[in-house]
Design a protein around this ligand. Structure first.
Ligand SMILES: C[S@@+](CC[C@H](N)C(=O)[O-])C[C@H]1O[C@@H](n2cnc3c(N)ncnc32)[C@H](O)[C@@H]1O
Length: 269
């Protein structure tokens, strides 16, 4: 079993998530959410219909299932071409996009789902197309590290709001410097160029404001934390060398990785 599973894991050239698939098989992810997963502001999910938006290899969807959700839908775009690529990168063509993002979208999710004997249902759809007509409503919606990659994060949040009948947990990358400088003012850094496909990176206040503006009220939030690099991330090795940066980040977020904020909200309008 482990040998064939290891082979399947090895057949997928790009793993985003670090997932324990068996006692001795863990995916070599770019990011490792395992250290922070229990710190996130989860609502009660037992017996509930749940949606994970932008699932990638499915870490958060499998976590919803593990926590007792009665049904979990994992949504992601069907193709790397469907990312909101900046114009200069899209102009380089589909083959270039595939070389940046990895050859086959959803391969990791499929391997992980089978290994975990999971019942999570995968839906190929852009967040912008979420609607009650297409998928019904969900008691719980979660969405992690997606908004910064979208040209129109407010439109995405409104689409999420349209299918959320209970609670929404949002965990997003934030700009630490802007969060420290402007603790109460909602400000965001705009990029919109390059392969990292970062559009808007909000400070903590702007993350809350975006969710509020899309029709939610904020129930609670946790202090900023760091999403750790996994073994496949180039920064994983680099971070061992940059001690001063590591120390600064450690002081602010208690760990090394990408700074994030997470909150729990419910529909307000
Ligand atoms: C940075 S990963 C985050 C993965 C996971 N949600 C997490 O928190 O670790 C962003 C994911 O969102 C997906 N994505 C990008 N644009 C999307 C869109 N318009 N609609 C739905 N998913 C999208 C990507 O394909 C990718 O799987």
């Amino acid at each position: 079993m482990s040998a064939s599973l290891r082979e399947a894991v090895g057949s997928n050239p790009v793993w985003y998530h670090t997932i324990d698939l068996a006692a001795d098989v863990t995916t070599p992810g770019h990011f490792d959410l395992r250290p922070i997963v229990d710190k996130l502001p989860w609502p009660a999910v037992r017996g509930k219909r749940c949606l994970d938006v932008g699932t990638y290899d499915g870490f958060l969807a499998f976590e919803l299932e593990r926590r007792g959700a009665s049904e979990v839908v994992a949504l992601d775009i069907p193709d790397h071409e469907d990312w909101d690529w900046p114009a200069e990168i899209r102009a380089l063509g589909p083959e270039y996009l595939a070389s940046v993002a990895g050859p086959e979208k959803g391969a990791g999710f499929r391997i992980a789902r089978e290994a975990l004997r999971s019942s999570v249902e995968k839906v190929d759809m852009t967040v912008y197309d979420l609607s009650r007509e297409r998928l019904g409503t969900f008691d719980v919606v979660v969405c992690g590290s997606l908004l910064l990659h979208l040209r129109d994060p407010l439109r995405a949040l409104e689409a999420i709001r349209s299918v959320c009948s209970g609670e929404f947990m949002s965990a997003e990358e934030i700009d630490l410097r802007l969060s420290v400088r402007h603790p109460r003012r909602a400000v965001a850094r705009l990029d919109g160029t390059g392969e990292r496909m970062q559009w808007w990176v909000p400070n903590v206040a702007a993350h809350k404001r975006m969710v509020f503006a899309a029709g939610f009220e904020i129930l609670r939030s946790i202090r900023p934390y760091s999403e750790a690099f996994g073994v496949a991330h180039p920064a994983h090795r680099r971070q061992m060398r940059t001690m001063h940066l590591r120390l600064a980040r450690t002081l602010l977020t208690a760990d090394m990785g990408v700074p994030h904020a997470a909150l729990l909200a419910r529909p307000r309008v």
